[in-house]
Design a protein around this ligand. Sequence first.
Ligand code: SF4
Length: 265
Amino acid sequence: MFRKMAKDQTILFHSTIFGPIHSRRLGVSLGVNLSPYDGKVCSFDCLYCEAGFNAQGAGKSGLPAREDVARLLDEKLTEMRQNGDKLDVITFSGNGEPTLHPHFAEIIDDTIAIRDKHFPEAKVSVLSNSTQLHRPDVCEALRRVDNNILKLDSALEKSMRLIDRPVAKDFTVEKVVEQLKQFEGQAIIQTMFLRGEHSGEPVDNTVDAEVNALIEAYKAIRPREVMIYSLDRSTPEENLNKVPKEELLAIGEKVKAAGIAVQVN
Ligand code: SF4
């Protein structure tokens, strides 16, 4: 068993390589966790984070070494190939933000080489919260992956701060939208829709003002695609509600009408 319930009913991945799991967004996915396996390290502290709040601490295991990630991935893909298993995608996610790893760029290069050796048809996906886009090494590595999936949960500053709770106080919507433009059609933007409240503050990024601001941001960024989704598992903030599929589809129609490719999950 590679996962166990942490406090608040959220889940930590207790290994560097996990799965494969069937992802509703990505297919048969082998996960790579570049965060500790007994704690969480993230530059956001999202209300909906499946790994729990940052307050749980970073644990004691530390970030995995580049060499260990490569060795473990090579071993796992060798085993899967020998078993005749299917693999659609290798996905960087896990207990925090993968681009915070100091060797993220080198690990991406290792991963592409190991993928090419075992499952050349599989994709490499990175799920990132977009906070490290000021670093050229991170941006160049993200350009090299098949699916560069970058988070934008709200284009309104107050809501982004309420939902994502960035650790760096100088992180702003304005800056990140500007940084997201640099991918020129290669990035996939991922937006989590939710509603509820946190510490007495209402949260709802499905209202017209939110959706309209997001559409303006998507138009400026010109992504390859927008992925919209809602809650799937327990969240550390208990007062959050999943947005029904029909409402997500209606938001998706508005995004499509603005000329942007959209996937509703
Ligand atoms: S960016 Fe991802 S890992 Fe970080 S707090 Fe948000 S959901 Fe959790």
